[in-house]
Design a protein around this ligand. Sequence first.
Ligand SMILES: [Fe+2]
Length: 336
Amino acid sequence: MRASYKAMTPFMTAAEADQMLRIAEARGVFRTYAEEALNEGIGESLPQRFDAAFNYIQHGIDGHGNTDEVSTAAQRTNYFRETYAYGNEIQAPGVEPFFTHPDLLNVAREVTGRPLVVPAIVYANILTPGQELAIHTDVPEFRGADRKRMPQWLLVTMLHSGLFNDYRIPIATCVSWFGANPGGAFAYFPEGPQGPRESMPAVHNTAILIDTDTVFHGVERVTPKAIFPEIDKGATLTFKGGDQWSLANLNGLEVARYSWSDLRYSISWKAYCFKDEAEKAMWSDKSDDLTLDRILDVLEAALRSRGVLTMQRPDPTSFAQMLVNEFIRFPMAKAG
Ligand SMILES: [Fe+2]
C-alpha cells in the first residue's frame, strides 16, 4: 500500500524560507551528529543504528553495493546536525513560528488522519559535498520506549516487527530544504521496501511530510561527489559571514570552504499525532508503558514461533543481530 504523504512546493513564503537560512548562520557552528549514549543490557557493544549502518556498508545508498572502505563510508555519512527546538525548549531564536506553523499542523492532521498534533522537535542537518545518508527508517517511539530508555535499533526493530502497534506513538515528519545544493535528493520507498525507489529533489523552500518511521528513505550523494577524509567525529562547519562556511577537522584546521549553494541544508520537524485526548493522556500519564523485559520477551517469543530461535536466548550482541536480521527488511535495488 502506498504511504500517504504530501509534498509542499513551495513550502513557505520567501521571507520565511530566508529566515531558515539566517537561523543556521546565527547558530554559527554545526557539529557532527555524534553517537548517542549506549544502553546497558542489550547489544551495548553495537552502534545505536547498526541496523542501517550494516546494510549501508554491504549495499551502499542505491542497493548496488558499496565500493568505499568502511572508513570512507563513515566520512560520507558523518553529517552535521544542530537541534533548533525540543519539547518546550526553543534552542534557536527565530524558529518559534516554524515550530508551530499552522500549515505544518494542518498537513500533519491531513496526512496522518489524527487531529491532535503536538510539535516535538526541530533539527537541522547539513551535508557537505560527497556526503549521503544511508537508507533507513527513523527512530520511532512507543509508550514506555523511546531513545532515552532503549537502544535506537531496538525501537526500529519493534516497529518493523509490527508486534507493538498498540503502543506506538505515530510521529509525522516534515523534511524541508533550503539553499539547496543541486544533489542530495531525498530518496524514498513510498510503496514499501518491495516497491520502487522514488526521489524528490532537495530544492530550496520545498518539503515533504511523510511517516519516516515506516517509510525507508535516505539522501543521495551531495555534489560534487568527492569526499574530504577529514570529516571525522569532532569536525565542525562554521559560518564565516557572507555566504561562506568553513569545514574544519578535529584540530580546528580549515580543510574546505563552502558557500550556501555547495551545502545541502535540511530541516526536520517532528510532531506526535494523537487520534484523541484519551490516547494523548495514556502517553502523558504513562499508565500503560512497555518495559524492556516485556519487549524482549515478546520479540523472543516471535523468534521461537518462527523457528529462528530454538536454543536459549543468546548473548545480548548476538540476540540484537538476530532481531534486526529477522524483523527489518531493507529495500532491494530497484530503479524508480
Ligand atoms: Fe531519516
